[in-house]
Write a protein that binds this ligand. Sequence first.
Ligand code: UD2
Ligand code: MN
Length: 568
Amino acid sequence: MRRIRANAIAILTVAWILGTFYYLWQDNKPHSSSPSTASQPRVGGSRSHAGRLDIHRDDSHRTIPLIMTQSPWAEQQGQLIGGFDEKAYLLEKQLKAGDDPYRDHAFNLAESDRLGSERAIRDTRHYRCASVNYDANLPPTSIIITFHNEARSTLLRTIKSVLMRSPPSLIQEIILIDDFSTDPEDCQLLSQIPKVRCLRNDRREGLIRSRVRGAGAASAAILTFLDSHCEVNTDWLQPMIQRVKEDHTRVVSPIIDVISLDNFAYLAASADLRGGFDWSLHFKWEQIPIEQKMSRNDPTLPIRTPVIAGGIFVMDKSWFNHLGQYDTHMDIWGGENFELSFRVWMCGGSLEILPCSRVGHVFRKRHPYDFPEGNALTYIKNTRRAAEVWMDEFKQYYYLARPSAQGKAFGSIADRLTLRRKLSCKSFRWYMENVYPELRVPEQDAVSSVLRQGGLCLETHGSDSLGLAECRSSGAMRLQSQKWELAEPLLRQQDLCLAITAFTAGSKVKMEPCSNKEPRQKWKPKGPALQHMVSGLCLDSQPPAGPPAITQCRPQLASQVWEPQLIT
Ligand code: UD2
Ligand code: MN
């Protein structure tokens, strides 16, 4: 009897083990996904032309859905914040009844305040991450957070999530750089929390110079940069410190999860994305190239990335200094992520995204702060500096894609050129061939035309507005905004294509990133007119309501005639 029972137990045990293996194997098989998923929101996204970082979330991401983050250090809460009076800190700045919750921070402040300073979030990593081992003696890091008028509740949650979800021995200190926020107490009061230090700029410097200041003050050998509206997830830090400890020339970042700007839900981002850009130096998330994806049989391995988004990364301090920190002549916001990324790759380092590290970030649709020199000019100045110093002959494509950058001031770059020589960095051609071969170089000999209507030509002014202007036949650069590639069904200007904004008569047209699959971008000639293929409406320069739009096709109307004229 006893033998029978023992046998039954043994059989059940074996069956259970086999079952577990089968389950794990199943779960690890590549999922069959229809090509159409590529157009769903989980994929891609980009900075809008103004440069803001858009969101890319993956609602279908396979993780263990029900397990919330639990930190072994969470119980020590009391000790974590010391004598800091959290309630008073938050209460003093809460939203007043009747105030627009989006006004000051471009996210829903009421929701953020309601959430409190700590909350459980879903562990969004692949389940296999939980069994990866890290060295027991990893070196500590200095966390550097720069902010300008951040909301108290998001800033505090960033700090507390770090203290709650990192092994205490790895956090040397948290350095806040208050970039001349209106209220100095936002920062000062937080320095009552153990390990938190506060440095205040005595004038607005922008995030680039602020980070350099923070890095200079850091006492740990490893630097960790965070935005001021993040929440770090379970075991976020160990994978990054491990990679940098093994090779100090690696610069690593986590997968950046999405914290909803409306309801502050914490959403998993896709694990199949890396950082990319187009020639106008627009950051975008893009799919990992298919060959790399196919050869990835271990979802915990790092993903090489041509560029990083910019805000959240770990870097060895001496490597940061050796490579020239940042270009401190860049102002306020933008472009520094390209400059750093090109420099790291071209001067002997590498950039990677670590899928077992996850950090949530509130992605916003507009900047909630002012730019003393204006948003567009600042972005042009910063990206122009990156292009001039690092892109060699390829910078011509930057100017082609961003003609408005021509002639704008960008200051002296002599120091940065000296730095590049001193470090014996490789060429941008090397970067293109070895790091980012997927970036298409614009075809030099594509057939281009102007689209003439009477004596005027169809012209773009930025991506949102089009109009008619005097045809300019000379000066290669001045023509860019009138130069169209007629690649049926697309009407292209570099990477942007003419698209309708809605399928109804009277809808305006605009320029947006080209996609062969996008029905709003499909056009065909109809006599002398240009017909939008799906709506059947025609491009009209003078619809009753103003700027170019689509209206009923009447090719006899002068305002619907578009004569292509080749540019030679
Ligand atoms: C992204 C990056 C951001 C930065 C930027 C390009 C992520 C998650 N975020 O934009 O870190 O690389 O691209 O420049 O990758 N700030 C200041 N002073 C200023 C302006 C901003 O301290 O004058 C702070 C701000 O409070 C925030 C951080 O800099 O903590 C980044 O600014 P953001 O959140 O507006 O940038 P974001 O996330 O759109
Ligand atoms: Mn941010």
